[in-house]
Design a protein. Structure first.
Length: 266
């Protein structure tokens, strides 16, 4: 092994003058020309990549409506068991205000085993199942029983994996899904990100498999459509409350309110 003997001789010379070049020499011993220069055999010389800045508890500690708007443009990250990361930009949310809100699972302030996450600290995931098949994901906010439903994402990274997960999920379409179809609805985004009941009560500020990072070019008020929530027709006046928020002109939104957008344009 002439190459290793030569490098070991270089290492011996370098050690006599300084301790820092030792790392570079050992890295060279474990690589081949033209290969990735990161060390392959010793954990002591591995330099971990710097993680993206993660949104912390103070971000989630907002009133429900404020948090629902603040989510728009932020990035949801899901790390799969095989190490792949899925990234999606939040483009649509709904606010559920707790006890007084007739459309909320916590209406009347009632706390159950199912909705316990809604009463936990801000940033706690509340994942529930609908029709015995689909899952929806919410994030608790300030206020007892208040939480924000994540309705739609704009896929950014890991789209092939999202398609795999959608195909594997129950009742998912068999054909090839277009990008805009992957996460344009609360149950679709859960399918695409592999979210199920096991994620209920997890902490977005602490969890190793799911978290949020700050988005770039966050929207201004003029970019946000404020309108009524979806699928809550039997809740009286609460069905008309403007508690759904989405990015205007974004094709990844689940349901567009054309009337409201025309009014905004006027």
């Amino acid at each position: 092994m002439p190459r290793k003997r030569k490098l070991l001789a270089q290492l011996s010379t370098l050690q006599s003058s300084t301790s820092f070049p030792q790392i570079n020499a050992v890295e060279q011993l474990n690589t081949t020309p033209g290969a990735d220069p990161s060390p392959k055999s010793s954990k002591y010389f591995v330099i971990e990549k710097k993680n993206s800045p993660q949104l912390q508890e103070d971000f989630f500690n907002q009133p429900c409506v404020s948090l629902a708007k603040s989510f728009l443009g932020q990035i949801l990250v899901r790390k799969l068991p095989d190490g792949r990361e899925l990234w999606g930009r939040i483009v649509e949310t709904e606010a559920y205000l707790g006890g007084e809100d007739e459309a909320s699972h916590s209406k009347g302030g009632k706390q159950t085993q199912r909705n316990a996450a809604m009463f936990m600290k801000p940033g706690t995931l509340y994942v529930y199942q609908i029709y015995g098949i689909y899952f929806c994901m919410n994030v608790s906010s300030q206020g007892a029983g208040a939480a924000v439903l994540l309705r739609s994402l704009e896929p950014l990274q890991g789209l092939d994996a999202m398609r795999e997960l959608r195909r594997a999920s129950r009742k998912a379409p068999s054909g090839l899904l277009k990008d805009w179809q992957l996460c344009n609805g609360p149950s679709k985004l859960c399918q695409a990100f592999g979210i199920d009941k096991a994620f209920d009560q997890r902490d977005l500020a602490q969890d190793a498999a799911i978290w949020m990072v700050p988005g770039q070019d966050l929207p201004g008020e003029q970019d946000v459509v404020t309108t009524t929530r979806i699928g809550i027709g039997n809740t009286g006046e609460w069905a008309q409350k403007p508690l759904r928020f989405y990015l205007r002109g974004n094709r990844f939104v689940s349901v567009v309110d054309k009337k409201m957008e025309r009014e905004m344009a006027a």
